[in-house]
Design a protein around this ligand. Structure first.
Ligand code: AQP
Length: 331
């Protein structure tokens, strides 16, 4: 039996990128791997590495939990919990900060991207974020971590931190493997295909949220940036915007890129975009209906309470052993 762990930070409305890169994959894995255990958390501690409005953060935390379930997660087989409700994440995160070097953290592209913009509001927690992420994973002895491509570098650092700790203190942490989907691992911004789609992006035309209605989805796809070549072809170098839309199409329908290109090669972008919008509506509207049912019910809190109880048991035991290993406390 393997343990699969992943999380999402509630920094905004979940995007199509979060769905295709992470949640859809998680649901698929759950269907395929009947004997494995699934731990999924809402990473609210990560969210506060950038400024959040408290009541919005609290609401979004529940929204993300409800969305996970609405996307098809099996509640009976998932330990679903809120990161900040398990204090061991922060505690282990601190210990792991003492096992990661400044140079390693400085090389993280997510941090570098923000730093390159000379943003003076970068917090120290945004810098040390990868140590907390390592704690999120290592606390539960995860075998696999399904994530989008943008988190690959953080996961590699998690593996290095685990190996370094094991090397110094003797074997203790399981070294996890990333699971990155073949299609949908990096969905790009609809207006700027050089940038990944992000929920905290300022221009809402660049992303589709899981809450967008039919009209909005259609409008955003219609206005997605493509090129003037006018030929449906998969060319991520010269037709970046179109390649991104083809990737989205493939990921949403489970058709291959070739099948899509062959189907649309003799029609213009207009028809292709209309069909893509329809496919997205067919997937997202039922998810939204489910979300509304879940968020209104009391069941969500019951599921999160149960998740907290189970996660707490694992985290508590691992943390006790970890402190003993490191030499903290009296015994
Ligand atoms: N554009 C994307 N394409 C594919 N996968 C993506 N993920 C995020 N964006 C894309 C995957 O979604 C999971 C949850 O990500 P997160 O919310 O924890 O943090 P993030 O990667 O920083 O996502 P955002 O949307 O870009 O958040 P903000 O704007 O707050 O920084 C991860 O598995 C991630 O790979």
């Amino acid at each position: 039996m393997k343990r699969i762990v992943s999380g999402i930070k509630p920094t905004g409305s979940l995007t199509l990128g979060n769905y295709l890169g992470a949640i859809k994959q998680f649901v698929k894995l759950q269907k395929e791997r009947k004997n494995d255990e699934f731990f999924l958390f809402i990473a609210d501690l990560h969210a506060i590495t950038t400024r959040q409005v408290p009541h919005e953060l609290r609401k979004r935390t529940l929204d993300v939990a409800a969305m996970y379930l609405a996307c098809g997660l099996d509640k009976e087989r998932t330990t679903l919990f809120i990161q900040s409700e398990i204090h061991e994440h922060a505690e282990l995160g601190y210990i792991l900060q003492s096992n990661v070097y400044m140079g390693e953290l400085e090389r993280m592209t997510q941090y570098k991207d923000k730093n390159d913009k000379n943003d003076t509001s970068i917090t120290s927690s945004l810098f040390t974020y990868p140590a907390l992420m390592a704690a999120d994973i290592l606390l539960y002895d995860a075998d696999y971590v399904p994530v989008g491509d943008d988190q690959k570098q953080h996961l590699e650092l998690t593996r290095d931190i685990a190996a370094r700790f094991n090397n110094y203190y003797s074997n203790f942490f399981k070294v996890p493997e990333p699971l990155i989907p073949e299609v949908g691992a990096r969905i790009m911004d609809l207006q700027n295909p050089d940038k990944k789609m992000s929920k905290s992006e300022n221009n809402p035309k660049g992303y589709i949220t899981l809450f967008d209605d039919e009209k909005t989805i259609t409008k955003k796809i219609k206005s997605a940036k493509t090129d003037s070549l006018g030929v449906i072809n998969y060319d991520p170098v010269n037709q970046k915007g179109l390649a991104n839309l083809i990737n989205i199409f493939a990921s949403v329908t489970d058709l291959s890129i070739n099948e899509i290109v062959n189907k649309y090669k003799n029609v213009g972008y207009k028809i292709f975009k209309e069909d893509l919008a329809k496919k997205l509506v067919d997937v997202l509207i039922p998810i939204q209906e489910k979300y509304h049912e879940i968020i209104k019910s009391n069941e969500l809190h019951e599921i999160l309470n149960k998740g907290r109880e189970i996660a707490n048991r694992y985290a508590n035991l691992k943390m006790k052993k970890c402190k003993r290993k490191v030499g903290l406390g009296r015994k």
